[in-house]
Design a protein around this ligand. Structure first.
Ligand code: TYM
Length: 350
C-alpha cells in the first residue's frame, strides 16, 4: 500500500476547485492506499490571526472531508497544530532549504504582494512546513491541484538535500530505504514524493474569467461555487458564468484559446467522472444554453448531498472534535517514530 498525505487550509469557504482538485481525489484514493488527510491550521496563520474564526474554520474543513466520504477510522483525519512534530521537522527543513529556492516560489510572490518587506516570515517559510507535513510520515503520494506543483518540487529538493547531507549517518542508522532517483538507486531516508495532479480539472478556473484560478480570495462570489452554496446559488452562478458566443466543439482541439468553455467542460467531466473528450462527444455542436442547464443539474446532484451532510455535521462540533482528537493521537504516534529517527540521524540528544 502507498502512503498518501494531503492537506487543506482552513481559510475561507471551500469551493469547487478544492473539491475537484483535491478532496474528490482524497476520497477515491482511500480504496487502495493508507491515507492521512490534514486540516493545516498552522498554514492558515500565514493568512489570518483571527481567534474567533479559527475553530469554526477547522471544523468546517473536517466536515467537508467527512461529508465527501473520507473514512476517519480506516484512514486518518486530523488538524496539524495538534501534532507538533510537523513544526519540529519544519524547523529542520528551514535549515536544509536554501533562500534561493524559496525566492522562486510563485505563491509567495503572489500572496506577499508588492510590499514584500511586510510579509510574514511564516508566509515565506510556508513551503518548508508543507514539506514537513508530508515527510514527517514519509508519505510518497500527494493529491493536490495544479497550483501546488511547485511546492511539491521543493519538497523533493528538501528531501534530496537532507538525504545527501546525512548520507553517511542514514546508512549507519539502519533507518534508510532504497529508492530510485531518475534511474539511479539511492539509499535515502526521505522518499521522493509523487504529486497526483492529473484528472480533467487539475486547475478549476474562475467562472467570471477563464484565465484566473477559482480561489477563496476572489472578491466576486460569482467567480466560484462554494461547497456550502444552495441549489439556487449554484444555478445562478453557472447561468451567469462567462462563455464565448460559439457552441461546444466536438473535439478537445476545439477548446484551444477558449478558456471559459474549456473550464466548464473540465468541471462537467470531473463531476461526472468522465473524460473531457467523452463530454464533447455528447455535447459537441450544442449551445451553452443547452450545456449550462445540464451542468447545473449535475453539479446540484453531486454537491447537494455533500452540502447537506456538511451542515448536519457542523451542527455537532463535539463529534467533529472527537474525530480530530482521535486522528491527531494516531498521527502523532506515527510522526514521532520519524522524529526519533531524524533526531538520531542529526545527532541530537533526547
Ligand atoms: P489550499 O488550502 O489552498 O487548497 C486545498 C487544495 O485545493 C486545491 N485547489 C485547487 N485545485 C484545482 N483548482 C483550483 N482552483 C484550486 N484551488 C485550490 C489545492 O491545490 C490543494 O490541493 N499548500 C496547500 C495546503 C497544504 C498541503 C500540505 C497540501 C499544506 N501542507 C501538504 C498537500 C500536502 C494549500 O494551500 O492548499
Amino acid at each position: 500500500k502507498q502512503l498518501v498525505f494531503s492537506g487543506v487550509q482552513p481559510t475561507g469557504n471551500l469551493h469547487l476547485g478544492n473539491y475537484l482538485g483535491a478532496i474528490r481525489k482524497f476520497v477515491a484514493l482511500q480504496a487502495n492506499n493508507d491515507c492521512i488527510y490534514c486540516v493545516v491550521d498552522m498554514h492558515a496563520l500565514t493568512a489570518q490571526l483571527v481567534h474567533e474564526d479559527m475553530p469554526g474554520q477547522i471544523r468546517s474543513i473536517t466536515a467537508a472531508f467527512l461529508a465527501a466520504g473520507i473514512d476517519p477510522e480506516k484512514h486518518i483525519v486530523f488538524n496539524q497544530s495538534a501534532v507538533p512534530q510537523h513544526a519540529e521537522l519544519a524547523w529542520i527543513f528551514n535549515c536544509v532549504a536554501r533562500i534561493g529556492w524559496m525566492n522562486r516560489m510563485t505563491q509567495f510572490k503572489d500572496k506577499a504582494g508588492k510590499d514584500r518587506e511586510q510579509a510574514s516570515l511564516g508566509l515565506y517559510a510556508y513551503p518548508s512546513l508543507m514539506a514537513a507535513d508530508i515527510l514527517v510520515y514519509r508519505a510518497t503520494h500527494v493529491p493536490v491541484g495544479d497550483d501546488q506543483k511547485q511546492h511539491l518540487e521543493l519538497t523533493r529538493d528538501i528531501a534530496m538535500k537532507f538525504n545527501l547531507d546525512y548520507m553517511e549517518h542514514i546508512r549507519r542508522s539502519g533507518y534508510g530505504i532504497d529508492i530510485t532517483v531518475g534511474d539511479e538507486p539511492v539509499h535515502a531516508y526521505f522518499p521522493m514524493v509523487e504529486p497526483l495532479i492529473e484528472g480533467p480539472a487539475p486547475r478549476v478556473m474562475s467562472l467570471r474569467d477563464g484565465t484566473k484560478k477559482m480561489s477563496k480570495s476572489d472578491a466576486s462570489d460569482l467567480s466560484r461555487i462554494n461547497l456550502l452554496d444552495d441549489e439556487e446559488n449554484i444555478s445562478k452562478k453557472i447561468r451567469k458564468a462567462k462563455t464565448d458566443p460559439d457552441g461546444l466543439p466536438s473535439e478537445i482541439a476545439g477548446l484551444a484559446g477558449r478558456p471559459e468553455a474549456d473550464n466548464l467542460v473540465g468541471i462537467y467531466a470531473a463531476l461526472a467522472d468522465r473524460s473531457k473528450a467523452d463530454i464533447l462527444s455528447e455535447f459537441g455542436g450544442q449551445q451553452f444554453s443547452v450545456f449550462k442547464p445540464a451542468l447545473v443539474d449535475l453539479a446540484v446532484h453531486v454537491l447537494s448531498p455533500i452540502t447537506g451532510e456538511m451542515r448536519r455535521l457542523m451542527a455537532d462540533p463535539g463529534h467533529i472534535d472527537a474525530i480530530l482528537r482521535d486522528g491527531s493521537n494516531r498521527a502523532r504516534a506515527r510522526a514521532e517514530v520519524t522524529m526519533k529517527q531524524v533526531r538520531d540521524i542529526i545527532g541530537f540528544i533526547y
